[in-house]
Design a protein around this ligand. Structure first.
Ligand code: C2E
Ligand code: CA
Ligand code: CA
Ligand code: CA
Length: 276
């Protein structure tokens, strides 16, 4: 009867184009994967530039699609956001990553990406507190990474949720810093603990004629004047690492030290366990 109905309306309902169809299929596959356990988390170390020790790991979501293989989060996160699936998916990431991080040495923090869509839900702080309690992870070891998209519309609700999260004891990092329109103004609107300098500023930091070293220096100065730390993303060369260290950046993250790895492999990169 359904097919019959569709046929009746064929002159009124425009055919979906190929990309809309592909998207709908991906959406259905995402729902399936959430039920059937098709996701995994890889962890990428953050390294303290002064000590050379791993100071944390960022949880990065991976989707092993039954037919298509690994699908990039850049492709499926936007769909999960549009459909609201990001809330359940985000909860799964938080619970799974907190459980994992609770087994790490105490000096290794966990960073988790939180979508602007998740920050619209007023039970987020409660659910994060739940994930922390269930895992036994100290809230001070959890760092939430948010992008400035959250603050773009002067979203009071999102701001109040960020303050709730802060009061639980978790740290808040501003992700992809410098890629938006007026990043500096966001630093006034919320007291971040950390600024993540986007990899576009890191890419040419070791080339002489570019302005990136000057920009990174300015961000480091602003951060230290406001009690924030800095992490440079996408560090791929020794020269970049050396320049960032000289500029006073706190941490680095990138392929130079390690790509994101499965939980079992990333453990081998941690320094000696806290013995004291
Ligand atoms: P992001 O938060 O900016 O994460 C950093 C991305 O840079 C990751 O891509 C990482 O694999 C990649 N990367 C790290 N080091 C290097 C390097 O040295 N060179 C280069 N070229 N790339 C490097 P990935 O894993 O594909 O994730 C892409 C984006 O998807 C993330 O960007 C984040 O916005 C989003 N994402 C990933 N996992 C989650 C999640 O659990 N929740 C949410 N809401 N978003 C997520
Ligand atoms: Ca991130
Ligand atoms: Ca980033
Ligand atoms: Ca990004």
């Amino acid at each position: 009867a359904k097919a019959e109905g569709r046929r009746t309306h064929r002159f009124f309902v425009p055919e979906m184009d190929a990309s809309a169809k592909a998207r709908l299929t991906l959406e259905q596959d995402l729902r399936q994967a959430l039920v059937n356990g098709g996701f995994e988390i890889h962890y990428q170390p953050l390294v303290n530039l002064r000590t050379g020790m791993v100071s944390g790991c960022e949880a990065l979501l991976r989707w092993r699609h039954p037919q298509r293989g690994m699908v990039s989060p850049a492709e499926f996160i936007p769909i999960a956001e549009d459909t609201g699936l990001i809330n359940d998916l985000g909860d799964w990431v938080l619970r799974t990553a907190c459980n994992e991080a609770a087994t790490w040495p105490l000096h290794v923090r966990l960073a988790v990406n939180v979508s602007p869509v998740q920050l619209k839900c007023d039970t987020l702080a409660l659910r994060i507190a739940g994930a922390l309690a269930a895992s036994g992870l100290d809230p001070r070891r959890l760092e939430l990474e948010i992008t400035e998209a959250v603050l773009i519309r002067d979203d009071e609700a999102a701001l109040s949720i960020l303050h709730q999260l802060r009061s639980i004891g978790v740290r808040i990092a501003l992700d992809d810093f410098g890629t938006g329109y007026s990043s500096l103004s966001y630093l006034k609107r919320f007291p971040f603990d950390k600024i993540k300098i986007d990899r576009c500023f890191v890419a040419d930091i070791d080339a002489d004629s570019s302005g990136s070293p000057v920009i990174v220096q300015a961000v480091v100065n602003i951060a230290s004047a406001s009690n924030m730390t800095t992490v440079a993303e996408g560090v791929e060369t020794e020269a970049q690492r050396e320049m960032l260290r000289t500029l006073g950046c706190t941490e680095m993250q990138g392929y130079l030290f390690s790509k994101p790895k499965p939980a079992a492999e990333v453990r081998g990169l941690f320094g000696p366990d806290d013995v004291l």
